[in-house]
Write a protein that binds this ligand. Structure first.
Ligand code: SAJ
Length: 438
């Protein structure tokens, strides 16, 4: 069996390294953090993901997975490091660059390098290959290079790593074929082979499709109140059509994928990728739109207290990266008239102050629900009503039972049906991204 080095032991690298180890490969996991390396070598995990601990334990106990802070010589190198965006919306490829440079002295004839990290189109061919060429090996004949983007959903990573189909793009056919041989050991879904840039674009377009679709839903949610209709009904009935699948509106798009990947296209094609750019702007505007709903709801209350239900970027997880709730919180905290309390049953640590449910609700004038955590559906409006000062609730995810809240005396406001009328509102344009060549 070939030896495999996995560079970056995060949400993707660690599960991938562990699955490969439990399938018989000798795997050297590499991470720059000594703490992470120590935890993994003891069979522990540093990130939350269902089933991951058992998998890592099995991998480490089998003797096939060992973690290091420096790369070790192998036959296959899988790069699974972050590719974030900078403040000015350009791709930060510094981690990919550092990972590629760190293996230059180890590379030998016949090796395979696989980039898993989501990357702007052209990264494998125009950015990674030139670095790898510094090893003196010629790409495609001595050294094989492929892009195999991960496409797993946080919370279901292990199941999806095995079951999802994979798209593998090689710098030439032989590279793609060699990469397929590795993944075929554990991937149960079909494996499709193509070129590297197509594989990069497939991954980015999947997330861009969702972003543009969500922007459509968010645009509808902003104009529906002016028509005195419910955007959620429009979506529900439209989606009964066999060829329509409009996504759902909300207070914004968070996470580290859907709100990031479209910028990889806009950065390269600012003149052409107009729809993709506009969708980003619409979704990025939603926290401000939600904030305006809050201001409208409490406009007659003196020094109102707002209770924010939910801080994470999506339901039933503890992940707050790029969460729209953080942006709404920032806007509310800048307003000296408002007092804000935050309750999230899943979040234990955050930069903001977190309250228990009762403390967050005491003497409050308005609940703002930003995430549809399962727990929120079981809250009793009648009990909540007794400790609040003014009974108002804004539901941005259509998650609450409107009748129950109204029966408890609440003014129930639903994003996409109630609130600020935006007949001809000008959406704040996002500052033009400063463009840097990749
Ligand atoms: N959201 C909406 N309306 C919707 C769906 C989502 O407002 O109809 C919001 C959510 O509230 C959340 C954000 O979008 O803030 C993203 O949530 P998500 O669960 O849809 O996606 P992610 O970012 O957790 O994971 C995505 C997945 N991509 C696709 O489904 C195409 C996952 O498969 C990718 O692996 C992941 O991005 C990634 O790593 O790129």
């Amino acid at each position: 069996m070939k030896e495999i080095a996995v560079l970056g032991l995060g949400y993707i690298g660690l599960p991938t390294a562990s699955i490969l180890a439990t399938h018989g490969f000798a795997v050297h996991g590499v991470d720059i953090s000594p703490t992470v390396v120590e935890i993994i070598n003891k069979g522990g995990i540093h990130i939350e993901e269902p089933g991951l601990k058992t998998l890592v334990q099995a991998a480490v106990n089998s003797g096939n997975l060992k973690a290091y802070t420096q790369p070790q010589m192998a036959d296959v190198y899988i790069i699974a490091v972050p590719t974030p965006i900078t403040e000015n919306k350009s791709a930060d490829l510094s981690y990919v660059q550092a990972a590629a440079r760190s293996i230059l002295n180890l590379l030998k004839r016949g090796d395979l390098v696989i980039l898993e990290s989501t990357s702007p189109p052209g990264t494998t061919m125009d950015f990674l290959c030139p670095i790898l060429e510094e090893s003196g090996l010629s790409i495609g004949t001595d050294l094989f290079v492929a892009h195999c983007p991960e496409r797993v959903l946080p919370g279901k990573i292990i199941k999806e790593l095995i079951q999802n189909i994979r798209v593998i793009g090689g710098v030439n056919e032989e590279s793609a074929r060699l990469a397929k041989e590795i993944y075929a050991h554990f991937v149960e879904g079909d494996i499709h082979l193509t070129d590297a840039t197509t594989a990069e674009m497939v991954k980015i377009m999947e997330n861009t499709y969702r972003d543009v679709n969500i922007a459509l839903a968010n645009e509808l949610a902003q104009l529906a109140p002016s028509l005195k209709i419910n955007a959620w009904d429009v979506i529900r009935f439209s989606n009964l059509h066999p060829r329509v699948n409009i996504h759902t509106p909300g207070p914004g798009v968070g996470g580290h994928c859907i709100s990031v990947d479209p910028w990889f296209i806009v950065e390269k094609f600012p003149e052409t990728a107009k729809l993709i750019h506009r969708a980003r702007q619409i979704n990025d505007h939603m926290p401000e739109h939600t904030y305006k709903m809050v201001l409208d709801a409490v406009k007659d209350v003196k020094n109102p207290k707002i209770t924010m239900f939910g801080l994470t970027y999506k339901p039933d997880v503890d992940d707050i990266r790029e969460a729209p709730a953080l942006k709404i919180l920032e806007l509310m905290e800048q307003n000296p008239e408002l007092t804000v309390a935050v309750y999230d049953p899943h979040v234990k640590h955050a930069d903001c102050e977190l309250s228990g449910m009762e403390a967050a609700l005491r003497d409050s004038d308005c609940i703002l629900l930003t995430v549809d955590h399962s727990e929120f559906k079981f809250i009793h409006p009648r009990q909540v009503a007794t400790i609040m000062r003014t009974r108002q609730v804004i539901d941005t995810k259509n998650a609450l039972n409107a009748q129950e809240w109204q029966a408890a005396g609440f003014n129930y406001l639903l994003l996409g049906r109630d609130g600020v009328l935006v007949k001809d509102e000008k959406i704040e344009m996002h500052p033009e991204p400063v463009l840097t060549a990749v």
